[in-house]
Design a protein around this ligand. Structure first.
Ligand SMILES: Cc1ncc(COP(=O)(O)O)c(C=O)c1O
Length: 315
């Protein structure tokens, strides 16, 4: 056992767990990387640290800086944690209709909340943050969708951890939000073994699954374009909200309490396992299930949960 010098040193080095009992093909192993064990509860702790350390190195932020971030999701929470520990002020632009857990977690870490109209959703929060950053030039907007320190966190850490623990990997399957995970891990694994297949899981156009987006919905993250995302991805697979929820529930059978996008990634892995003869599919579980308890995902009728998720931003 070693003693971490501070909590930020405990980010990463997450466990990889064999859940092959959920594989429909006995010749295909499924391994899941549990990012919910990070101190802020998600994979986004990695990029929050990477974005902030990069900004410190390049002088974009100096002691006592104020940062602004439009995120109802894990990035806001991860940034709030890192800012609190490093002594920065964080303002988070949040749509009014986010779930109670999201708001509470940001408050726990001391982020200052600025509300944006619920009717404009997450894109409205991004627009408001861009406007506020332009009006307040001393506020720093690190913008996870356009900042190479996002995929770099996965290229330097998440990818090497997977390769170290499972060099037999044949397929990497993950949800696409900013695309940082797929770009960073995918690039690293393909450098190690060009035969590794990289599959993105996207929701159907116009639908929401926990932090994931469909690139055909009209917004392509700049990091995806800058890092050759189109050439890197071998395949995109569409998984809807109901299937994501159903597979999130199935994970309970193997003792994994995960967020809804994990169910989407698992649905993608199951499709891969059905299509290939043999191999090892590695998926990422971006977060644990705690923040989604009020969705009723594990307890209520799945159609009701899908309907409820259209009114409240849980993800
Ligand atoms: C819960 C959850 N799952 C998956 C993702 C997608 O990861 P990435 O942004 O690296 O594509 C996100 C991103 O926001 C997320 O919050």
């Amino acid at each position: 056992m070693t003693v971490a010098k501070n909590i930020l040193e405990t980010i990463g080095n997450t466990p990889l767990v064999d859940i092959s009992s959920l594989s429909p093909n006995p010749q295909v192993k499924i391994l899941i990387k549990l990012e919910g064990v990070n101190p802020g509860g998600s994979i986004k702790d990695r990029i929050a640290l990477s974005l902030i350390e990069d900004a410190e190195r390049t002088g974009r932020i100096t002691p006592g800086a104020t940062l602004i971030e439009p995120s109802s999701g894990n990035t806001g929470i991860g940034m709030a944690l890192v800012c609190r520990v490093r002594g920065y002020t964080l303002k988070v632009v949040l749509p009014q209709n986010v779930s109670i857990e999201r708001r509470q977690l940001l408050e726990v870490w001391g982020a200052q909340i600025i509300e944006s109209p619920g009717s404009e959703g997450s894109n409205g929060a991004v627009r408001m943050a861009q406007r506020l950053a332009a009006e307040n030039p001393d506020w720093v907007f690190l913008y996870q969708y356009g900042n190479d320190a996002n995929p770099r966190a996965h290229y330097e850490h998440t990818g090497p951890e997977i390769w170290r623990d499972a060099p037999e990997v044949t397929h990497f399957v993950a949800g696409l939000g900013t695309s940082g995970t797929l770009l960073g891990v995918g690039k690293y694994l393909k450098e190690k073994n060009p035969a590794v297949q990289v599959w993105a899981v996207e929701p159907p156009t116009g639908e929401m699954v926990d932090g994931l987006r469909n690139l055909d919905d009209g917004y392509i993250p700049p990091i995806f374009l800058q890092n050759g995302g189109e050439e890197l991805l071998d395949r995109k697979t569409i998984v809807g909200p109901k299937d994501s929820l159903a597979w999130t529930r199935r994970l309970i059978d193997v003792g994994v309490f995960a967020g809804i996008s994990t169910g989407a990634a698992l649905a993608g892995a199951v499709k891969a396992a059905q299509l290939i003869e043999s191999g090892t599919v590695v998926i990422v579980s971006p977060d644990g299930g705690w923040k989604y308890l009020s969705t009723g995902a594990w307890t209520d009728d799945l159609d009701e949960v899908v309907e409820r998720a259209k009114r409240i931003i849980y993800f």
